[in-house]
Design a protein around this ligand. Sequence first.
Ligand SMILES: Nc1nc2c(ncn2[C@@H]2O[C@H](COP(=O)(O)OP(=O)(O)O)[C@@H](O)[C@H]2O)c(=O)[nH]1
Ligand SMILES: [Mg+2]
Length: 390
Amino acid sequence: MLLLALAGKPNCGKSTFFKSLTLANVEIANYPFTTIDANRGIAYVRSPCPCKNLGLDNCHACVDGARFIPVELLDVAGLVPGAHLGRGLGNQFLDNLREADAIIQVVDASGSTDAEGNPVDIGTNDPRGDVEFLRHEFSMWMAGIVDKHLAKLVRQAQGNGQILIDLLASALTGLRINAIQIREAVDETGISLAKATPEDIEKMCEILLRVSKQMIIAANKADQAPAENLAFLQELGAVPTIAAGELALKSAVQAKILHYLPGDAAFTPVKDARLSTLQAKALTMIAGSMKKFGGTGVQATLNKVVFDKIGMIVVYPVEDDNKCCNAKGVVLPDAFLMPKGSTPKELAYRIHTDIGDGFLYAVDARTKMRIKDNTELRSGDIIRIVSTAK
Ligand SMILES: Nc1nc2c(ncn2[C@@H]2O[C@H](COP(=O)(O)OP(=O)(O)O)[C@@H](O)[C@H]2O)c(=O)[nH]1
Ligand SMILES: [Mg+2]
């Protein structure tokens, strides 16, 4: 399963963001509890279910045409300046970020917390510094790891540049960094890896971070954010978010007070729901912010990182391409997230190793045509795999 990590300084709203995405949502989750432990949980990306277009009215896997597909989410402890030197929980949370496929950088766009997360007046703290510092800490930490290994690897490579890169790649597999990415970073920096100074390594690691880790910024506390902060963050591709609003909505759905599907632009109160004055006031405020931003932005952030940044597509394997169902008649039973460029044969392996090993051909359920095993699948494809395995 994909792993996404929430990172940022203390008090920017990471845990609120995390809870709002992993709170057991009765309407969408098959799992009664989606929080695996305190800081690891299951969140869901939202994708339109193909059932609507195909006129399949007996689809039970989606909610009103919205399909929710699980990914794993990590709430990383608050990062403080100097973390790479071991400040705060230091290396422990940097180590957490290491295994993630992508990082959602939560930034306090309201500017109501300083660099260490202490409360200050709204608009006091400039989020520019917050954006910089995560990249800085992470790349400095990486540089420390490269620095630790490099001298020995240079001796082992005996003057062969490619071997040196390959050796370094092996040393960095835990960071999910490969030789191609190292080559790119070395070339772009223009350094000689064998003679790299500590400054060279730092420069290279900045680029290495950029090419190896996808990141997206959640401009959180958007409800209280000064316009210039939002404008600056949105220029960096940030999504304005109101994590506290999303969490309140999820709780209200659980309490059966309102209808709201994560990612909707608005919510509707349940008919005859009894709201306290406080609840009604809070919901009115949330509704106002949602109108301004087109929703709470929390689901939008998750979708953007998975579909646009990492580049995943959604593929629906079926056993019966006429009824788009499995052997038991369940319509569109599975939705798989797969990397862009995946092929039917890779889908077969994703279903089961035996199905992959016995792969014969695939059928596109929409066209009923056979497709070649090296065809690139497209998002929304419904595919029947024909295999010698049963
Ligand atoms: N106004 C506003 N406050 C928020 C939002 N998200 C979180 N907060 C508040 O920010 C504070 C810190 O949140 P928390 O999730 O504990 O931050 P963490 O330390 O990064 O995990 C809490 O008081 C939250 O209620 C938001 O979208 N808007
Ligand atoms: Mg927290």
